[in-house]
Write a protein that binds this ligand. Structure first.
Ligand code: FAD
Length: 662
C-alpha cells in the first residue's frame, strides 16, 4: 500500500490513450523531477498503450504478424499538434542517441518522416437514385510543407475570421474555375479537375476582392466599428453572387456532374461563411454560438440548397468519417454545426503537405511505440493491467483521496518492446510492436493520494459515473450529455491489387459515402512487415472498412453482415471482386464503454469539461471528450486536451498549442 506520507508530488496518469500520453510527455519535460519528486506513473488497464487508437500484431493461420487495429486510422494534414508531439518524441530520442549513446528500440523508425506518407486521393460514392457512381477527387499537395513543420509565430491561424478569409479564398478559386478562369497568384485548390473544360459565363467580382475586402476591414484598427460595416458589405456581395450563380448555374449544373459537385462545395462554403457572420461567430470569435444546431440544418438555414448539403462530399467529411450518427442509426446523421464547420474548415483550409496522411504501419508502431520509448527514457513508470475501479473523493475538500484498482493480477509488458523484422519499404529494419504475449504481474495496490499528488484522468467519458460515483455536478453533466457510439471494422487481406477488384480506383485511395453496413473503405496495401504463410498466395492489398454500429449490435450480427456484404453488397464499389481474392479477415466490434467513439452531438459543447477543470482539485480530465478548439473524437483533439492539462501541471514550461486560444 502506498501511503499518504510517501514522497510528495507524484503525477498519476490514468489511462494509456493518446490524451494521457500527450499530458505525460509534456509534463515529463526537463525539470520534472523537481515538480514531481515522487515520479510520473501511467496506469493502463490493458496490456498496451493506444486505447481507441491501439494496434497490435498477432499471427493468424494465413498472415504472420498481421497488424490488428482498433479501426481505420488516418491523420489529417491539419493535425499540427499531434504531428508536433510525435516529432518532439523522435527529436528527443535522437538527441539522446547522439549525445548520450542511447540505443533506440527501432533501427528504421527514427524520424516522423519515416512513419507517414501523404494521401490525397479521396473517392466518393454517389447514388443517383438508380445506381452508384464512384467519383475520385485529388486534393492538391504541396511538397514544400509538412504538417510537423513549425508554423511561423505570426501566422494567424484557426480563429473564425481567419477561417472565413480562407473559406472565401477557396470559394473564389472555385468560382473562377467554374467560370473557366483561374486567379493569378491563387492556386485553385480545386479537386474537380475537369471543371475548366466546361466554363460558364458568370459575372464575378474581381478575383480575390471579396476575401481581400473582408480581411482588410477585419484587420483594421477600427475593427470594432468598421468591422460591422465591412461584414455587412461582404454579406451583401455574397448574397448577390450566390443568387446570380444559382440562377445561371441551375441548368448547366444539373447536366454536368463535375459542375454540380463544384457548385455544391461553393454553395456550402458560402452558406457557412454567411452563417458564421450572421450568427455572430466572427464578431464574437466564438464557434459555440452555433453549437445547438445540426450542421446540415444550419447550412440550409443560411441558404445552402438541400441538394448541396446532401452531397457525398459533406456526408463523407462531416458525418461518415467522424461516425456522426446518433445511436449508430444510419438515418440519424447528427453533428454540432460548431464542431462540424470548424472541423471541416480546419481540415480543408489549413492542411499542410497533403489533406490526409497515412501511417506506414499500425498506430501502435508509428505512434504509441515511440511515445512509450520516449517516456520510459525520461523515467516515466508504466503499470499495465491496472484497471481503475474507483476514485474516492473527499466531498468537503473536493479532492481525490484514493485510487483503487480491480483486484486481479496485472500484466507486465516487455520492455523494450519486441521487434518485428520489416523486409522492404520505408520501415525496412527492426520495428517495435505490441503483442499480447505478456506475463502476469502482481495484484495492484491501491494508491492513497498525498497532498502534493496530481492525477490526470485520461479514461473515456463512458467510465466517469462508474469510476467516480460521487463526481461533482460538472463531471456528471459531462458524463450524461457527451454521447458515444459503437463502431464496427473489417480488415481484409486480398491476393489481388486494388485495380483487380475496383478498376476505377487506385492504390492508397480512401473512399466514403457508400451504403450500409460499411460506408468507408481505405486501401492500406503498403502495410509494412507482414509475412504471408505458404499457401495463402501473395497478399497484394489490405482493405480496411469501418462504420458506426447501432446500439445493441452483436458480434454474430457483424459476422453475418460481413458475409452478406462481401457476398453481394460490395459489388457496386468493387465490381470485379471475387470471394476467392480474400485471403484473411479480421473483424472488430468496438461496443464497450471504453472503446465506443466519442460524438459531438448538437448542444453538448458546454457540457464538455475543460482539461483545466479543477472541480476535483487534484484531478485534471483529458481525452477526446473534453473541451478543446476541436472538441471531437479525433487524435488531434485528444492531443490538444493533454497539452492543455500539461500547461497547468507544468506552468514552468509554456507550450505553443496551434489553433488553440489560451
Ligand atoms: C473505429 C475508430 C476509428 C477512428 N479513426 C480515427 C482516425 O482515422 N483519425 C483520428 O484522428 N481519430 C480517429 N478515431 C478517434 C481516436 O482514435 C480517438 O479520438 C482517440 O484515440 C481518443 O484518445 P483518448 O486518449 O481520448 O481516449 P482512449 O484512446 O479511449 O484512451 C483511454 C485509455 O484508458 C484505458 N482505460 C479505460 N478504462 C480504464 C480503467 N478503468 N482503468 C485503466 N485504464 C482504463 C483504455 O484502455 C485506453 O487505453 C477513431 C476512433 C475509432 C473508435
Amino acid at each position: 500500500m502506498e501511503s499518504a506520507d510517501s514522497p510528495p508530488g507524484r503525477l498519476i496518469v490514468l489511462g494509456g490513450g493518446i490524451a494521457s500520453l500527450s499530458a505525460a510527455f509534456y509534463a515529463s519535460a526537463p525539470g520534472h523531477e523537481s515538480v514531481f519528486p515522487g515520479g510520473i506513473h501511467v496506469y493502463e488497464m490493458t496490456e498496451m498503450l493506444g486505447g481507441k487508437g491501439a494496434s497490435r500484431r498477432s499471427d493468424s493461420h494465413f498472415v504472420k504478424n498481421r497488424i490488428e487495429e482498433h479501426g481505420l486510422h488516418v491523420w489529417f494534414g491539419s493535425y499540427d499538434n499531434a504531428f508536433s508531439l510525435l516529432a518532439s518524441c523522435h527529436a528527443y530520442l535522437e538527441g539522446e542517441a547522439q549525445t548520450n549513446g542511447y540505443q533506440r528500440w527501432s533501427s528504421s523508425l527514427r524520424d516522423i518522416e519515416d512513419g507517414f506518407r501523404p494521401s490525397s486521393r479521396i473517392g466518393l460514392m454517389d447514388y443517383d437514385g438508380a445506381s452508384w457512381l464512384p467519383w475520385v477527387a485529388d486534393f492538391p499537395e504541396d511538397s514544400t510543407t509538412r504538417p510537423w513543420d513549425e508554423r511561423a509565430l505570426d501566422e494567424k491561424f484557426g480563429s473564425p475570421s481567419d477561417l472565413v478569409t480562407r473559406a472565401l479564398r477557396l470559394a473564389e478559386a472555385f468560382l473562377y474555375s467554374l467560370a473557366g478562369r483561374s486567379i493569378a497568384g491563387v492556386k485553385p485548390r480545386s479537386v474537380f479537375l475537369d471543371i475548366e473544360d466546361v466554363p460558364i459565363p458568370i459575372q464575378l467580382p474581381p478575383a480575390t476582392w471579396i476575401s481581400d475586402t473582408f480581411d482588410r476591414l477585419l484587420s483594421s484598427p477600427e475593427t470594432a466599428t468598421a468591422g460591422a460595416e465591412a461584414i455587412g458589405k461582404v454579406l451583401e456581395i455574397l448574397a448577390r453572387v450566390s443568387t446570380e450563380l444559382r440562377n445561371r448555374l441551375d441548368e448547366p449544373v444539373r447536366r454536368h456532374s463535375s459542375l454540380r459537385r463544384g457548385w455544391q462545395l461553393v454553395d456550402v462554403l458560402l452558406a457557412a461563411v454567411r452563417g458564421l457572420i450572421n450568427d455572430g461567430v466572427v464578431s464574437m470569435g466564438d464557434f459555440s454560438l452555433i453549437d445547438e444546431f445540426d450542421l446540415r440544418a444550419w447550412l440550409v438555414f443560411h441558404g445552402a440548397s438541400e441538394e448541396s448539403v446532401s452531397s457525398s462530399l459533406l456526408k463523407v467529411l462531416a458525418y461518415d468519417l467522424p461516425f456522426a450518427y446518433a445511436a449508430g442509426a444510419a438515418e440519424e446523421p447528427l453533428i454540432s454545426a460548431a464542431v462540424g464547420v470548424y472541423g471541416l474548415f480546419r481540415l480543408l483550409l489549413t492542411y499542410r503537405g497533403a489533406v490526409m496522411w497515412k501511417l506506414n504501419a499500425g498506430m501502435g508502431e508509428i505512434v504509441f511505440a515511440p511515445i512509450y520509448e520516449a517516456l520510459v527514457r525520461r523515467g516515466v513508470e508504466f503499470h499495465f493491467g491496472h484497471e481503475v475501479q474507483e476514485i474516492h473523493l473527499d466531498g468537503r475538500e473536493h479532492r481525490a483521496t484514493k485510487i483503487s484498482f480491480k483486484q486481479r493480477a496485472s500484466l507486465i509488458a516487455k520492455m523494450p518492446l519486441a521487434v518485428v523484422s520489416v523486409q522492404t519499404g520505408p520501415l525496412a529494419g527492426e520495428l517495435p510492436y505490441w503483442t499480447s504475449t505478456l506475463d502476469e504481474g502482481k495484484v495492484p495496490d491501491d494508491i492513497d493520494l498525498g497532498r502534493h499528488d496530481m492525477v490526470v484522468y485520461g479514461l473515456p467519458v463512458g467510465t466517469i459515473l462508474r469510476v467516480i460515483p460521487s463526481a461533482p455536478k460538472r463531471w456528471q453533466d459531462c458524463a450524461h450529455k457527451v454521447k458515444t457510439v459503437s463502431t464496427a471494422c473489417i480488415q481484409l487481406w486480398l491476393n489481388a491489387p486494388v485495380q483487380h477488384y475496383a478498376p476505377w480506383a487506385s492504390p492508397d485511395i480512401t473512399v466514403g459515402g457508400y451504403t450500409e453496413p460499411f460506408d468507408t473503405w481505405s486501401d492500406m496495401h503498403t502495410l509494412a512487415g507482414e509475412r504471408y504463410q505458404p499457401g495463402a498466395g501473395a497478399v497484394r492489398s489490405v482493405a480496411y472498412f469501418c462504420n458506426v454500429a447501432p446500439d445493441g449490435y452483436t458480434n454474430a450480427q457483424l459476422k453475418e453482415e460481413v458475409r452478406t456484404f462481401l457476398g453481394a453488397g460490395i459489388a457496386a464499389m468493387w465490381p470485379a471482386y471475387r470471394p476467392e481474392m480474400a485471403v484473411d479477415c479480421f473483424l472488430k466490434l468496438n461496443d464497450d464503454a471504453s472503446s465506443r467513439y466519442t460524438l459531438s452531438v448538437p448542444g453538448t459543447l458546454h457540457a464538455r469539461l475543460s482539461p483545466r477543470d479543477d472541480s476535483i482539485r487534484n484531478v485534471r480530465p483529458v481525452g477526446d471528450w473534453t473541451r478543446t478548439s476541436i472538441s471531437a473524437g479525433c487524435v488531434e483533439s485528444a492531443v490538444i486536451s493533454g497539452m492543455l492539462a500539461a500547461t497547468q501541471l507544468r506552468p514552468d514550461r509554456p507550450l505553443t498549442i496551434y489553433g488553440e486560444r489560451l
